[in-house]
Write a protein that binds this ligand. Structure first.
Ligand SMILES: Cc1cc2nc3c(=O)[nH]c(=O)nc-3n(C[C@H](O)[C@H](O)[C@H](O)COP(=O)(O)OP(=O)(O)OC[C@H]3O[C@@H](n4cnc5c(N)ncnc54)[C@H](O)[C@@H]3O)c2cc1C
Length: 543
């Protein structure tokens, strides 16, 4: 058998995580290959090219902090950047640090098997390449596998079908077209106003209304940019130790909503609504832990919806009532509710009568048929675990990750899983990940993993994996932390509830980005507490 190519590390994915990994591992002398199924870098921002796609964390914060010159030189044109600008930034980073030469594009990693004799991973790709690596690092993203619902007749539709998470590279022209859009989560809320501005008619099919607050996106001002750039060191340090990995424009009040008077609450909510962004959710310290406190903010937002939407039946339908504010991903929008005042937009409630079938000319629901030129699926993702579990990952004793995670993901710190030595997950389930500014969390994980590899090399350690007890305790801690909040009350993708048959449990860690980082640092400083380190047999033999 031909000798397989061997590298120190294989990284899967070339989004923000994979690129920073490649940069840092290379810098520290680890031979690294990256595989990416797309034909360019970008990850989320390569795939999600739908109209209106943009970040909902401010760009001055949703950007890399690892290179001072990069963060000083790059100019963001808006407060919340659009997808093309974020993609251009990622491409710039790739060119600036000459990353593409170690990335194999158009190639999916299909399998990884851990060889317990050699302590190496054997990795297979869909282009027939097989290679060996000591470390396998999954930078595959939390939100990178689009969820296409299984609706009867989908292949019969004669018009165009799109999914927001897998959008064509060329512009889709909806001018004067009859368009149907299914789904009103974050991607739906971002794309609906933009599609409605072009389409002849837009019909929105809504199963569950989402909570959304105004983004108040504005062009970047010199003053704001300078404020950040002159204080980046301090601001980034504060972001790293903050609960969400980002700083709020209006500071949170460390007070219960129930301790405030009606007038004080009105002022607090009004101020944050006017400022825009996620800050509303942090008005008081118990909005995500007390139903009663949450309802004060929820009813206030319902009042805003009623004020914005002319047709009160539509306003009612758009007002969430079945789960607390913020327990599904809070969306940021630009003119979302106002869009329903346009004559060319209809809202169809499919909560009680789901879509029966897609027909050659449109779709049928609740005894009505609709005719469309195009149907857009804004139906989200098989989040957190979906992408990982589509790869056949076999650890010790041939156990697959899918078998081990059959009742839900089991990790230590969201970084590793027992039985899978030297396999790391960047922003894996059990880490702050999607409940944070992901750039802050990505940088923390990439640096943690790289420092770990350096430690192993310096101490002649060949394998690292979690101890069973440490992992069990962490899984319990993640659930206990979530159970102290209102999050488990929503049928959210955080809970796996959007995918039929997926285990229901809260997947991200919501103990706070800063607190989580301190735990990771403390464990590492204590010689990787909670991890089992396997000595390098060659080093042992030489002693
Ligand atoms: C529309 C949208 C908006 C978002 N907005 C924000 C925001 O405002 N703030 C925020 O913090 N986060 C946001 N996110 C989350 C976003 O995913 C992260 O911020 C970040 O981009 C993740 O980077 P990543 O490199 O970890 O993963 P990704 O960007 O998802 O990249 C993973 C890459 O791995 C590749 N891949 C997966 N499996 C394989 C395989 N088997 N073989 C080869 N390649 C593979 C994929 O093709 C993909 O390119 C948003 C997500 C979406 C979908």
């Amino acid at each position: 058998m031909a000798k397989l190519n061997t590298v120190d590390a294989v990284v899967v994915g070339a989004g923000f995580s994979g690129l920073y990994l490649l940069y840092l591992l290379r810098k520290h002398g680890f031979t690294t290959r990256v595989f990416e199924r797309g034909d360019d870098v970008g990850g989320t921002w390569y795939w999600n090219r739908y109209p209106g796609a943009r970040c909902d964390v401010e760009s001055m914060q949703y950007s890399y902090s690892f290179d001072e010159e990069l963060q000083q030189e790059w100019h963001w044109s808006e407060k919340y950047s659009s997808q093309p600008e974020i993609l251009a930034y990622i491409q710039h980073v790739s060119e600036r640090f000459d990353l593409s030469k170690d990335i194999t594009f158009d190639t999916s990693v299909t399998a990884g098997r851990f060889d317990e004799t050699a302590n190496r991973w054997t990795i297979e790709t869909d282009n027939g390449e097989t290679l060996r690596a000591q470390f396998l690092i999954m930078a595959t993203g939390c939100i990178s596998t689009a969820n296409m619902p299984n609706i009867v007749g989908i292949d019969d539709f004669k018009g165009n079908i799109y999914h927001t998470g897998n959008w064509p590279h060329e512009k889709v022209d909806f001018t004067d077209k009859r368009v149907g859009i299914i789904g009103t989560g974050s991607s739906g809320i971002q794309s609906i106003p933009v599609i409605a501005s072009e389409a002849g008619h837009l019909t929105v099919f809504q199963r569950t209304p989402h909570w959304t607050v105004p983004a108040r996106n504005v062009p970047m001002t010199d003053e704001y940019e300078t404020l950040w750039k002159e204080n980046y060191a301090e601001k980034r340090a504060n972001m790293r130790l903050s609960p969400s990995g980002s700083l709020r424009s209006v500071p949170p009040l460390d007070l219960s909503a129930l301790e405030a008077s009606d007038e004080e609450r009105e002022e607090a909510y009004r101020e944050r609504w006017a400022a825009g962004g996620m800050t509303l959710l942090k008005s008081y310290n118990d909005l995500l832990t007390s139903d009663e406190a949450n309802e004060t903010a929820a009813s206030w937002v319902r009042g805003r919806i009623a004020a914005k939407v002319n047709n009160q039946k539509t306003a009612e339908l758009l007002s969430p009532k079945t789960y607390p504010l913020g327990t599904k991903r809070l969306c940021l929008d630009t003119n979302y509710y106002e869009t329903y005042n346009q004559d060319n937009v209809d809202l169809i409630d499919i909560s009680s009568a789901p879509i029966d079938r897609i027909t050659p000319t449109g779709l049928e629901t609740g005894g009505h048929s609709f005719t469309f030129d195009s149907i857009v699926f804004a139906t989200g993702f098989d989040a957190m675990t979906g992408t990982l579990l589509r790869i056949n990952i076999e650890g010790r004793g041939g156990m697959t990750l899918k078998e081990k995670w059959h009742a839900g993901p089991r990790t230590y710190l969201g970084l590793m899983s027992e039985g899978f030595p030297n396999l790391f997950t960047i922003t894996g389930p059990g880490s702050p990940s999607v409940k944070s500014n992901m750039l802050t969390s990505i940088e923390q994980h990439v640096e943690f993993v790289t420092n770990t590899l350096i430690y192993l090399r310096e101490h002649a350690v060949s394998t690292i994996e979690p101890e069973r007890k440490a992992e069990d305790d962490w899984v319990d801690h993640v659930q206990e932390t979530a159970n102290q909040t209102l999050f488990p009350k929503a049928n959210s993708w955080y809970m796996g509830a959007n995918i039929p048959g997926k285990p229901r449990l809260f997947m991200p860690y919501i103990g706070g980005v800063g607190a989580y980082r301190q735990k990771c640092d403390a464990f590492a400083a204590a010689g990787y507490e909670g991890f089992r380190l396997g000595l390098d047999s060659k080093a042992v033999a030489a002693e």
